[in-house]
Ligand binder design. Sequence first.
Ligand SMILES: NC(=O)c1ccc[n+]([C@@H]2O[C@H](COP(=O)([O-])OP(=O)(O)OC[C@H]3O[C@@H](n4cnc5c(N)ncnc54)[C@H](O)[C@@H]3O)[C@@H](O)[C@H]2O)c1
Length: 342
Amino acid sequence: MNNNRILITGAAGFIGSALILRLLENEKTIIGVDNLNNYYDVRLKKSRLKLITEKSKKLKANWIFHEFHIEDKKSLDFITEKYSPSIVIHLAAQAGVRYSLDNPKSYADSNLIGFFNILEFCKENKVKNFVFASSSSVYGLNKKIPFVEDDNVDHPISFYAATKKSNELMAHSYSHLYDIPTTGLRFFTVYGPFGRPDMAPMIFANAILNSKPINIFNYGNLHRDFTYIDDIVNGLFGCCYKPAIKSENFSSNYQNKSYSNAPFQIFNIGNSNPIKIDYFISMLELNFNKKAIINLMPLQPGDVKFTYADISKIQKWIGYKPKVSFEKGIREFSKWYLDFYE
Ligand SMILES: NC(=O)c1ccc[n+]([C@@H]2O[C@H](COP(=O)([O-])OP(=O)(O)OC[C@H]3O[C@@H](n4cnc5c(N)ncnc54)[C@H](O)[C@@H]3O)[C@@H](O)[C@H]2O)c1
């Protein structure tokens, strides 16, 4: 067992909770922070925390949870004084593309002010590794596929994407100024058991089982690089124990945009296998043994048509290799959904 004193923000979230369940097998002390906001069903967040508590008891690990907003610097100061974490995995954020059109302020609060507080926290604690969540949405309407970390990402098409791109820039400046080993991970559409109710797998599963129509945008011409939660956790786990280093590939004419003279790295973390939305629905139909009612609609503002991750950079760095096929992933997700909700 290691004694790293890892802080995970967004501990009650989909990805954060899954990562903690894995880290408990490796670490003596894990500190979790989450404000348990009601962006989606809080009962789901609490049931994830319950699983963590049960597993920590079984493994006799030291699991500590604090409920607060990361915008509240005083609460973060308390964590510094009490635990002085050495590794920070920052997953707390206002997630979701579409909601950023309705409530942009919640994105400014959590993803900009909150993110700044986490950077200050990393500086004050002199952490030996900082890993944070970026998003595939930074690629906006880029047409060149697959998406590579060195592609231009200067044209976000949602405020959510703009906050994630801002996080990459903010983190780079702190990494450079204070020598903080920093890794930003661009997640590609994560799905699986205990997933987010605002995302397609949960929305579609609910609609199919309740015989309600599913709105399919861009008239069905949509592809997503769906990535199974266990693969994401494997990648996060690897980055947790491998702090970024200054890059040999850095050149001062910035040809390789994702490399830096600071200990800073950006990685795509996806499945590298885009799935068309109608195949995704047919897999849910198969697993639920029920037909979906489809309602074809135009593309929504802020939405992108295609996501597709080039994962060779993270593959080289930590040997990341997605293991769960889409078919198996949807089977696992469907089983969990029926068990949890029906
Ligand atoms: N799930 C995906 O497909 C996906 C894709 C790209 C990027 N991401 C990013 O990955 C991270 C984790 O995503 P997720 O799917 O687990 O989302 P999630 O919403 O399930 O988890 C985020 C957690 O952070 C908490 N939180 C939000 N704002 C907070 C604040 N101000 N203070 C304290 N806690 C706060 C929420 O209560 C929630 O439990 C996020 O940064 C998200 O933007 C996720």
